[in-house]
Design a protein around this ligand. Structure first.
Ligand SMILES: [Zn+2]
Ligand SMILES: [Zn+2]
Length: 157
């Protein structure tokens, strides 16, 4: 099971296009909204938050302290600090732009249980929905003569 990211603007499922791993438990996700009418693309981060149960992690790290080459780890999956892939047990979505993801290390000797957070960082390209909402808000605030002038200008396009 991989991470599910939601669009911050319309709340629909977002597609993870590219993922860049910064460390064993920190990944940048480049996402875009599944809805072509929305078209928001944004950057999110999937990063270690806190440990629930340490398990055998300390022992494992003591025997094998160096984590490897992070480029060989699948950026679309969560990893435990020991370098083993982690299993997502549940996702607690706090808001569209924030979720706690409960993970457990797949290595039985380690068994580290931890929480990763999935958070919206910033917009890469704005949603079309945002733009039209913005325009309609703007026109609401305009005087009738301004609106007419705008309509004429828009007709030129
Ligand atoms: Zn969207
Ligand atoms: Zn582990």
């Amino acid at each position: 099971m991989s991470v599910k990211v939601l669009c911050d603007t319309c709340g629909k499922k977002a597609i993870i296009g590219k993922a860049r791993r910064l460390s064993v438990d920190d990944v940048d996700l480049f996402c875009s909204c599944h809805d072509p009418e929305c078209g928001l693309s944004f950057k999110a981060e999937f990063i270690f938050s806190h440990t629930l149960k340490l398990g055998g992690l300390a022992t494992k790290l003591a025997s094998n302290p160096l984590i490897h080459d992070i480029s060989c780890l699948d950026p679309h999956r969560p990893y435990c600090r020991c370098g083993s892939v982690a299993i997502i047990r549940k996702t607690n979505r706090v808001s569209v732009s924030y979720a706690d993801v409960y993970c457990v290390c797949s290595d039985k000797e380690c068994g580290h249980q931890f929480v990763n957070k999935l958070l919206y960082l910033h917009t890469l390209s704005p949603s079309a929905k945002n733009c039209s909402a913005l325009v309609s808000e703007l026109t609401k605030a305009m005087s009738p003569s301004h609106k007419q002038a705008l309509q004429q200008e828009l007709a030129l396009f």
